[in-house]
Design a protein around this ligand. Structure first.
Ligand SMILES: [Zn+2]
Ligand SMILES: [Zn+2]
Length: 302
């Protein structure tokens, strides 16, 4: 079952050097979620052949323009496309007022229902939960209220033991129970789940840490994550600027990845002052070798 993140935008503040403001697509199994929606997100979706109709939930981390200036465009496109399914937008207080003002001055009544969920940035909130996954938000430390998002798979069903497949001639309901871990009786025989099935694939998790200054408290929210995205707006030579602007350096992002012990760290939200990103990657890799640049168009498996 796929669990992947596709990078649509990796630049901070302004589009530059062919890079776009922040946006990512997270796919958990058959479900697609949009995380932040900077300017140009629709064009990036088209470029990477991701149909915008796949999204029912959009998650916005904070109200700096480089994270949501593409949202009204996408909302309007859905309207013009006569979308019928409701659209859920999860974002900070104030976002709904902005959307409503933009719709009101253009005299637009949406064709579909937009359901807004206010995210309280200072808290941990479960935003969406199903049998397969949960999506929650957690506080980060930035110049305005900001939260990251944690995507977690849940433990799936046990897998049929491939050595037993040729003997597996029971009704579907019995197989379903065995996959749930339940022993069953069938035609007077006791069928033990742990003989007929193997443990499920371990669940994975991904954290999008939004815009943040280096913040020790983050560790408690994203401990145990397989992959994290942590911003690396600057290099260490600009560490004072990073503090003033509530951003992080590549070295600090790497220190976070190392402290958590993630399998992979993605760095992004690069300052427009950097045309070449390789020095940022090199700086991070000095601390944590399992670092990759969140390059637009790349798909990372979680
Ligand atoms: Zn930003
Ligand atoms: Zn910001």
């Amino acid at each position: 079952m796929p669990f992947e993140v596709t990078i649509l935008g990796n630049n901070s503040a302004i589009p530059a050097h062919g890079r776009h403001p922040t946006s990512q697509v997270v796919q958990i199994h058959e479900h697609f979620f949009l995380v932040d929606c900077g300017e140009g997100t629709q064009m990036q979706l088209a470029k990477y052949k991701i149909r915008k109709n796949k999204f029912d939930h959009i998650f916005i981390s904070h109200l700096h323009g480089d994270h949501y200036f593409g949202l009204i465009g996408l909302i309007t496109s859905y309207h013009l496309m006569h979308r019928e399914r409701p659209l859920h937008v999860h974002g900070p207080k104030g976002l709904l007022d902005i959307i409503n003002l933009q719709l009101a001055v253009s005299n637009t009544t949406l064709y579909y229902e937009l359901i807004f969920h206010e995210v309280k940035s200072e808290l941990v909130n479960v935003l969406l939960e199903t049998d397969e996954y949960s999506i929650s938000s957690f506080p980060v430390k930035h110049r305005i209220p900001t939260h990251g998002f944690l995507f977690k798979e849940k433990i799936g069903l046990r897998k049929i033991n491939p050595d037993k497949i040729s003997e597996l001639n029971f009704p579907f309901q019995i197989i379903a129970e065995l996959k749930k871990g339940n022993d069953c009786e069938w035609e007077g025989k006791l069928l033990k789940s742990n003989e007929w099935t193997l443990p499920p694939v371990a669940p994975h998790s991904y954290a999008f840490c939004a815009d943040t200054v280096y913040h020790e408290e983050l560790k408690q929210y994203i401990a145990g994550c397989d992959v994290i995205y942590h911003e690396a707006t600057f290099m260490e030579e600009s560490s004072e600027r990073a503090i003033i602007t509530f951003h992080s350096t590549a070295r600090q992002a790497a220190a976070m990845g190392k402290a958590i012990g993630v399998k992979k760290l993605l760095i992004g939200h690069f300052s427009a002052k950097y045309d070449n990103l390789l020095p940022l990657l090199a700086e991070a890799k000095e601390i944590f070798s399992e670092t990759e640049l969140a390059i637009e168009g790349q798909v990372f498996s979680i």
